[in-house]
Write a protein that binds this ligand. Structure first.
Ligand code: G3I
Length: 389
């Protein structure tokens, strides 16, 4: 990979320039190469050896041997979307971040930039600077974008939370917010997480700002307004802790079933998939959950996957983590209507986990130095094997 090649060259400026030009040339020529069945076989054989290697010996990795195989190139062959949430600050300033992101993924989600607080910081003004930047990056790199998220109890601006609004005023504010945001990117966002985390763990509707101030109708209203603003976008209900079969996923199922019965424009369910390495959801249950939503005519997206590990992380943790990622990707690939698998970031350098779960981390596919972890290789192999079917 880039850093491995350049690290071996002395820091003389002329040599450095030659190395950059050479590296860029190699990358551009190799990245346009299509993958043969023979290469995938060779690559899968190499993967089998990986289980035997300790994590810190993995820098001489398969990407180093064959830069052409990426999650994106393999997924693309099957019209599958493999994606990551994006930190716009990192996107602006970190070259390796941009490089790996555009090379490995064909769909992105804004981790925070499209939330109410960021987009609508004052009652009468919107700030699209971050999201326009993200959209331009996606378009330049031929990536799709998932919109996240229009209605959530979290990340609301103070002016909204603290205002003394009547119910009608709040309905107007929410309608205006949704129509302005969705309308601006009409035709350019493939799917919107319209309503996020509206159900509590006990299966009741979450006692949120929106429920308290508008009532349960806010859910249906949000989907209808999003549909008016972009009738071609996939409109998704997104939640966590409801991946398998439990009280919460049952409640979400009932909620969505009733929305469908009332002709509310809803097209899919997002299973976030924030997982702890020692307690993953049962994959058979995840498959059954997916299929009951599919039977309602809905698509299923994996929207925010990460698998956090209690520090210090052991080799066995990374192996278990890899297996969990692989199992979930496999379940999605085998499901009738799951064509999107998004992780919540891709490098541990920018993961939300250490800030929100003290003592936990290492949840993503690449480490802080952008080196691939076993989970990355397992996903690569899963996609490669899937190509063979
Ligand atoms: O950018 C500001 C910075 O200017 C400020 O100094 C600092 C002070 O705390 O805050 C920074 O913003 C933080 C932001 O992350 C960026 O790091 C917010 O406080 C913090 O609340 C925010 O956390 C995000 C969280 O959602 C709440 O919006 C996480 O990054 C983000 O990963 C997380 O994502 C959610 C999904 O949207 C929904 N599903 C669950 C998922 C994980 O919680």
């Amino acid at each position: 990979m880039f850093n491995t090649i350049t690290a071996k060259i002395p820091m003389n400026p002329i040599l450095k320039l030659i190395s950059i030009l050479l590296t860029t040339f190699c990358y551009l020529s190799l990245s346009s190469h299509s993958i043969s069945a023979q290469e995938i076989n060779l690559f899968s054989q190499n993967l089998n050896d990986l289980n035997e290697k300790p994590i810190d010996k993995m820098s001489d990795n398969i990407l180093g041997n064959d830069i052409r195989l990426t999650l994106r190139s393999l997924a693309q062959k099957h019209n599958f979307f493999i994606g990551s949430a994006v930190n716009v600050k990192a996107l602006r300033k970190d070259f390796l971040y941009r490089d790996r992101l555009s090379r490995e993924f064909n769909i992105i989600t804004a981790e925070n930039a499209m939330k109410f607080k960021r987009l609508h910081p004052k009652p009468k003004s919107f700030d699209f600077s971050r999201t326009d930047y993200l959209m331009a990056f996606a378009s330049a790199n031929k990536m799709q974008v998932r919109g996240h998220t229009l209605v959530w109890h979290n990340a609301l601006p103070d002016w909204l939370k603290e205002g003394d609004w009547t119910r009608d005023e709040l309905i107007d504010i929410l309608e205006n917010h949704i129509k302005t945001v969705v309308g601006r990117y009409r035709g350019r966002i493939i799917a919107w997480d319209v309503v996020n985390e509206a159900v509590a763990d006990d299966g009741t509707l979450r006692n949120s700002f929106w429920l308290e101030r508008i009532g349960p109708e806010y859910i249906e209203m949000a989907f209808r307004w999003a549909y008016e603003a972009d009738p071609n976008a996939l409109l998704i209900y997104n939640d966590y802790g409801a991946e398998g079969l439990n009280r919460k996923s049952d409640a979400i199922y009932r909620l969505i079933k009733s929305l469908v019965a009332n002709n509310v424009p809803i097209h899919g369910i997002g299973l976030q998939m924030h997982i702890q390495v020692d307690s993953p959801p049962n994959v058979q249950d995840v498959a059954k959950n997916m299929s009951r939503f599919t039977n309602l005519g809905l698509q299923v997206h994996i929207t925010e996957m990460d698998v956090r590990i209690k520090k210090p992380s052991l080799v066995s943790d990374f192996q278990q983590q890899a297996k969990i990622y692989r199992d979930i990707l496999r379940t999605c690939l085998l499901a009738e209507k799951c064509n999107t698998f998004v992780t919540w970031g891709f490098s541990d350098r920018y993961s939300w986990i250490p800030k929100h779960f003290k003592g936990w981390g290492d949840a993503l596919l690449l480490n802080k130095n952008y080196q691939a972890k076993p989970a990355y290789y397992k996903l690569l192999k899963e996609l490669a094997d899937y190509q063979k079917q």
